[in-house]
Ligand binder design. Structure first.
Ligand code: GLU
Length: 374
């Protein structure tokens, strides 16, 4: 008997496939043409009866190799230049290989600024829907040539998850250089076991991905978990499988995930989904237990009286992270006051705001309509 999630994988109609630099390049940085040809064949096979979007990395690595750089560039302008060279090469090869398989492709380059602006986000969605109606395979990467750190999504796992939510895909498949998520770093611990199914991303699962700076964390598991949080919250499943093994994509689509599968969660509504994961998070608001309970359990707005502290230089209208007293983020929302104002009115009743700030603003620090539980 197949599990419900296995049938969902088999029935998926719109999917996102993400491929990392190490899968499509040789260690020298040059394109691994054989691997790309296989990948393209696998994607074309997956696209029979389905809509498939490809998120590909590799622009910076391939561009660096083409420029004859011995090291991957570290400065922003050098990365931007390498990406500008590499992105063209990358598309040239995908264009050639997909054309040979009878498929039309399209290039879409996005930045955080595109996804963080609701209008531009919806424009991108409309363009992608239209491409699907023409049976085109959209190929997405971050627009590294114009993205500086402040406006960067930064990694394509997160970009792929945001795109999964944007197009309402039912599955995100991450083709990685590891087999899945393990109970410990398999390179260091022979007893490490692969986790086959993750029903929910609990704090224990987060621990497995390693704290920043741990060896395992640098393997990229943290960005994959962040991606899983976004994709599953949009109602999609997410699979991590090894990208170097032919047939893994087809296995996932047949309901047999050879790696790790994250099961879909109850999806957030459209605007709240966008709000939670697309605009940049500009700061942090720490709330007391009573406020956490009111937000989590009783559908209330966040009042200044429940706030015990705030961090960062945010302005009214910015997206901030809402954390409980233990420091764990549990919600995000658009704040009604600047950080400097919130510091003055935290802990106060709404009717005391005017006396402190000199004007009568909002009763709520964050209104319920602009607040999302994570
Ligand atoms: N956009 C980057 C590139 O094409 C890759 C980012 C990533 O690998 O996560 O080189």
């Amino acid at each position: 008997m197949k599990e419900k999630w296995q049938r969902q994988l088999q029935n998926s109609k719109r999917i996102v496939v993400k491929v990392g630099t190490s899968t499509i390049t040789h260690p020298s940085g040059k394109l691994n043409l054989e691997r790309i040809a296989t990948l393209v064949r696998e994607i074309v096979a997956a696209a029979k009866g389905r809509e498939v979007l490809l998120v590909t990395s590799g622009a910076i690595g391939i561009g660096s190799a083409r420029l004859g750089l011995t090291h991957k560039p570290t400065t922003i302008p050098a990365k931007q230049a390498a990406a500008a060279v590499g992105q063209g090469l990358l598309m040239q090869i995908y264009e050639k290989f997909f054309t040979e398989q009878g498929k039309i492709v399209a290039q879409i380059l996005l930045t955080r600024a595109d996804l963080g602006d609701r209008q531009r986000y919806l424009n991108a969605k409309n363009a992608l829907d239209t491409l699907f109606s023409y049976e085109v395979i959209p190929i997405v990467n971050e627009n590294d040539t114009v993205a500086v750190d402040e406006i960067k999504i930064g990694d394509n796992d997160t970009l792929a998850a945001n795109i999964t939510a944007l197009i309402g895909a039912d599955l995100l498949v991450i083709l990685s250089d590891v087999e899945g998520l393990y109970t410990a770093d398999p390179r260091l611990d022979p007893a490490a076991k692969k986790i086959d199914v993750i029903e929910e991303i609990t704090p224990e699962i987060e621990q497995l991905a390693g704290q920043a700076g741990s060896t395992f964390g640098t393997g990229g598991m943290q960005t994959k978990l962040a991606a899983a949080r976004i994709a599953t919250k949009s109602g999609a499943a997410m699979a991590i499988v090894h990208g170097g093994r032919e047939g893994n994509l087809a296995k996932v689509l047949s309901g047999q995930c050879p790696g790790t599968i994250f099961l879909p969660q109850e999806p957030l509504a459209g605007r709240k989904m966008w709000l939670a994961f697309n605009p940049p998070v500009c700061g942090k608001v720490i709330v007391d237990e009573g406020a956490e309970d009111a937000l989590r359990e009783r559908g209330k707005s966040l009042l200044p009286s429940g706030i015990v502290g705030c961090e960062g230089e945010f302005s009214a209208g910015d997206l901030v992270s809402i954390c409980g007293s233990a420091g764990r983020e549990f919600a995000r929302g658009l704040v009604n006051y600047d950080a400097s104002e919130l510091k003055k009115i935290k802990g106060l009743k709404s009717n005391q705001i005017e006396a402190v700030l000199g004007y009568r603003g909002y009763d709520e620090a964050i209104h319920r309509d602009n607040l999302v539980l994570l």
